[in-house]
Design a protein around this ligand. Structure first.
Ligand code: HEM
Length: 620
């Protein structure tokens, strides 16, 4: 059945809001007229004036509903001995704040967190008359993720704008459905499976070889691009047994180079490579579009009035994934749900039938093969592998991109890390699990980067019921959050708070995860560091990520002894906007030190890529 475009659909849904108030007035007027012979509208008024009065009932009813909700929340907070979080004063319905949030989503990383410095670690940003309780307080984030887990969910708010991309997969699921997803995928992330060092090693060597070839031809490389390909190829093989071979396709040249050749001349782009690259690009565009929907809340269809931007990209994504799935499904009955709603319904039926058995993953089995034991529905399978594939690609590539970005500015740290690699692993050997465990500085470099540049900088839940957050400081009152409220929490802002991490919180210094600062700040308060989230929904791929990134860095530092930014190769959009240097526009001092433009969609990245040159290490 054809569906309406997003804008008309939203307007169609809003018809009752517009029609009911004037209709009620018309009915009431007739009734009162009949019963008491009194006209509710001034008899002397013209038809136009009467029509205007009828129309005015629409904003009047909307205003009464808003005030009623505000009063009800205030009364319920009082009844619970609590107060409402402070509200950021805004212009009509928070339109000024919305403008700022949209600009932030376009131009910078979560700058909106600045507000929490001015107003405290919990603040109500009322956007379009809707509460959004922004949190950067570890105790409250702990409540959301762990101690009051059942009072929070991903919720319809997030599904409203993310389902087009993430469908019925694990990221957006709640309740029994989420438990089902988690039980289905967890066996796949057992320790021995995520320790496939040979696989990480193989892809690291391919990536490093590609980097060397390009550097030897005199050009810099876009490290972010290469590492995203590395993460896609490695996680593709690990999860789906499919090597997308994006690393083999020609690397991009810097914008200032003469583009005489489309590839390195090593391997010509064939149809499969092209599809892989188109898939990767469609994923990026879909994420950017998804991010832009975030601040708009339920009003996003007004900005994609005639055409759903994400569904457009999903065509390319589906075209790439479906043949892989069809191959895996083979002769089985692989029908597909029509859309996400039907897929969710099918999943719910499976949950009701309790089909999850704690199944052991067999030797050599891929995630798709494992999932096929639960369902052959192609839409469900596609959503699941897209969710986990995205998690596997963009987070680890974000982490490694920011590690290299930091190493370009901290040659001492690079020398120290390299010395550790050479001492523990040697100049040529492949790293083992034990060696990686031994490398304390490596783990500190990764953690310090995850602290300052968490790949998932911002997250969100909705309350399933009214929530009371106990006071953090003595003498404070608890905070009350009504049911069905969006609660965004900014991990990045928490990770950068000087009161939690010390006065040097904004400096990248891996020693902080080794010296006395570790015992002073993190050990007594572990919830101040949450790059992988926490509680029942903690990241399933945490160990996978540490292993994959460590193996890559070992190989990288065996191959190269130095790395530097090539600013001439950086495209114009990658330069930080001029306003980042203005202390008034950057009161927290987050952006002044940036040499490149840091942005985020679902994950953190560098706008325009990270163009670098490396010195090849002398053969030892
Ligand atoms: C540096 C790398 C990574 C970081 C920083 C990271 C971070 C996170 C975070 C913050 C969440 C919570 C999301 C939420 O609550 O909405 C999460 C969930 C998840 N991550 Fe990761 N992740 C990383 C790598 C990976 C990898 C490599 C995989 C798989 C191959 C993976 C699979 C998942 C899955 C399946 C979930 C959903 C868990 C659930 O909802 O129950 N992650 N990750």
């Amino acid at each position: 059945m054809p569906t309406l475009p997003p804008g008309p659909l939203l307007l169609a849904r809003g018809i009752p809001t517009v029609v009911v108030p004037p209709l009620c007035l018309v009915v009431l007027r007739r009734l009162i007229n009949r019963l008491f012979d009194v006209d509710l509208l001034p008899p002397a008024a013209s038809q136009w004036q009467k029509a205007l009065i009828l129309l005015l009932t629409i904003p009047l009813v909307a205003t009464l509903r808003i005030w009623n909700a505000i009063f009800r929340d205030w009364r319920d907070a009082r009844a619970n001995g609590a107060v409402l979080p402070p509200t950021k004063p805004t212009l009509i319905g928070g339109l000024d704040l919305l403008k700022e949030a949209i600009a932030n989503a376009k131009n910078s990383y979560p700058g909106i967190a600045v507000l929490t410095q001015q107003m405290g670690p919990i603040v109500n940003l009322r956007l379009l008359f809707e509460n959004r309780i922004l949190i950067t307080e570890p105790e409250y984030i702990k409540a959301i993720l762990a101690t009051q887990f059942s009072s929070f969910e991903k919720g319809e708010h997030q599904r409203g704008y993310l389902t087009d991309m993430l469908g019925s997969g694990v990221f957006l699921a709640d309740g029994e459905l989420w438990k089902f997803h988690r039980a289905m995928t967890r066996p796949f992330f057992k320790r021995e499976r995520v320790s496939d060092f040979a696989l990480f090693d193989r892809y690291s060597l391919v990536a490093i070889d590609a980097i060397k070839q390009r550097l030897r031809s005199g050009f810099p490389v876009d490290f972010q691009d290469i590492i995203t390909r590395f993460a896609m190829d490695a996680s593709g093989e690990f999860l789906f047994g499919y090597d997308a071979r994006t690393l083999d396709a020609g690397l991009p040249y810097p914008h200032n180079a003469l583009k005489t050749t489309a590839t390195d001349g090593k391997i010509a782009l064939n149809a499969d490579h092209k599809k892989s690259l188109e898939f990767a690009e469609a994923l990026n565009r879909a994420q950017v579009a998804t991010m832009q929907r975030g601040p708009l809340g339920p009003a996003w269809p007004l900005f994609e009035f005639w055409s759903n931007k994400i569904l457009r990209e999903m065509g390319t994504i589906t075209e790439f994934l479906d043949p892989i799935l069809q191959r895996a499904i083979g002769g089985r009955d692989g029908s597909a749900a029509r859309n996400s709603a039907a897929a969710k319904e099918n999943l719910e039926k499976m949950v009701a039938r309790n089909v999850v058995k704690d199944r052991e993953v067999q030797e050599g089995e891929t995630l798709v093969e494992h999932l096929l034991h639960y369902t052959q529905d192609q839409k469900i399978l596609r959503d699941e592998i897209l969710n986990i594939g995205l998690a596997g690609r963009d987070t680890t590539s974000s982490l490694l991109t920011f590690v290299i970005y930091m190493l370009t500015a901290h040659p001492h740290a690079l020398a120290k890390l390299r010395a550790e690699v050479l001492e523990v692993v040697g100049p040529n050997a492949a790293p083992t699990h034990e060696m990686i465990r031994e490398m304390k500085y490596m783990r500190a470099v990764l953690n310090e980067t995850l602290r300052l540049y968490p790949p998932v900088p911002l997250n969100m839940r909705s309350t399933t019921e009214p929530v009371v957050l106990p006071p953090v400081k003595p003498g404070e009152k608890p905070f009350y959050i009504p049911a069905n409220t969006r609660v965004p929490f900014a991990t990045i802002a928490m990770h950068r708070r000087p009161d939690l991490w010390g006065p040097d919180a904004l400096q990248w210094d891996p020693e902080r995860f080794i010296d006395q600062r570790l015992h002073k700040y993190l050990t007594p308060n572990p919830f101040i560091f949450l790059p992988f989230s926490a509680g029942p929904r903690i990241c399933l791929g945490q160990q996978f990520a540490y292993h994959e990134t460590s193996v890559f860095l070992v190989r990288f530092l065996q191959a190269f002894s130095g790395v530097s930014l090539d600013m001439a190769a950086q495209p114009p959009e990658s330069y930080p906007p001029a306003e980042w240097k203005d202390p008034e526009k950057d009161p927290l001092g987050w952006k002044r030190g940036e040499r490149l433009s840091v942005k985020y969609h679902l994950t953190l990245y560098i706008n325009g890529g990270l163009w670098v040159r490396m010195q090849e290490a002398e053969q030892e």
